[in-house]
Ligand binder design. Structure first.
Ligand code: ATR
Length: 279
């Protein structure tokens, strides 16, 4: 009997997982490139994470994406952690290597940057300060990417100021912490403004900020992509900002994993966006 090649399996683990758009995205790329493979959503409780990661490679999985609440805990279970995942303190992409080791990477920052470069190609890091609202896991990945890109100053405000100060302690002198009550002041002379809080997401309160200091032509982007155009982006656009929605970050952060697991660099374009939006 001839050995048939194994069909590669990948997926996303989280708890809960039903909301994840990753299966639609990877499914779209698999059919677009005619790749025999599958990408599966898996609800894994925290207690089951070590056993699940030990078993998945044996079942034919070549890797998985990781989402809330496992992004930090997987670092302890991986034998190889990339520098950027270590710096961010979280991983979103695991690869099960042939030597049995788990490789953990964080592609959120590169996803953020690739989205920005695609939808605001005129943006250059040296143009001026970036202003970041929020200091959670997503903000950490964005700040790491901004530092790597050479952004001269990164202003940050968070409801819980201590968390912003923690980021400043970790990332150093290019970060300037502003008080949440004066977050609007960060916009003065900023070239790029980013909402990295969960405010504006469907079912959550809006991010309500005085945008008086936002200059026309400034790039405003939101990591929230449900809704695609958040109230913050609508406000910013009405003041002449160039807006970039957050869906592309989701699409671009997925590309390195897909390439590693299935051997094809996927395109992120309008068809990809439509597939994930279900239109
Ligand atoms: P993520 O990984 O998506 O960044 P997170 O780590 O839970 O998720 O961070 C959520 C971010 O949204 C934080 O900056 C949080 O502020 P706190 O650190 O003060 O919690 C911010 N956020 C969530 N709800 C908020 C609210 N009602 N007002 C202001 N900020 C809020």
């Amino acid at each position: 009997m001839t050995d048939l090649p194994r069909i590669p399996l990948a997926g996303v683990i989280g708890h809960p997982i039903a909301h994840s758009r990753s299966p639609q995205l990877h499914g779209h790329w698999l059919s677009r490139y005619g790749i025999k493979g599958h990408y599966i959503p898996m609800d894994v409780a925290a207690d089951d994470l070590p056993a699940a990661l030990a078993m998945l490679p044996k079942l034919g999985f070549v890797g998985v994406n990781v989402t809330i609440p496992h992004k930090t805990s997987v670092l302890k279970l991986a034998e190889v952690v990339t520098d950027r995942a270590a710096l961010i303190g979280a991983a979103n992409t695991l690869t099960f290597r042939k030597d049995g080791k788990i490789h953990a990477d964080n592609t959120d920052g590169v996803g953020f940057m690739a989205n920005l470069r695609q939808l605001a190609p005129h943006w250059q890091a040296a143009q001026g300060p970036a202003a970041v609202f929020g200091a959670g896991g997503a903000a950490r990945a964005v700040i790491a990417a901004l530092i790597e890109s050479g952004t001269p100053e990164i202003r940050i405000a968070n409801r819980t100021r201590q968390r912003a100060e923690g980021l400043q302690a970790d990332f150093g002198g290019r970060l300037v912490v502003y008080d949440w009550l004066h977050a609007g002041d960060m916009l003065e002379g900023a070239a790029l403004v980013i909402n990295a809080t969960s405010l504006g997401m469907s079912g959550k309160p809006d991010l309500r900020l005085p945008l008086d200091l936002l200059k026309a032509g400034t790039i405003a982007t939101d990591l929230v992509y449900t809704p695609l155009i958040t109230p913050f982006l609508t406000d910013a656009q009405s003041r002449g900002a160039h807006i970039v929605d957050g869906l592309g970050m989701l699409l671009h952060q997925a590309a390195p994993g897909f390439e590693r697991w299935f051997g094809q660099r996927p395109q992120v374009d309008d068809n990809t966006r439509a597939a994930v939006l279900g239109i």
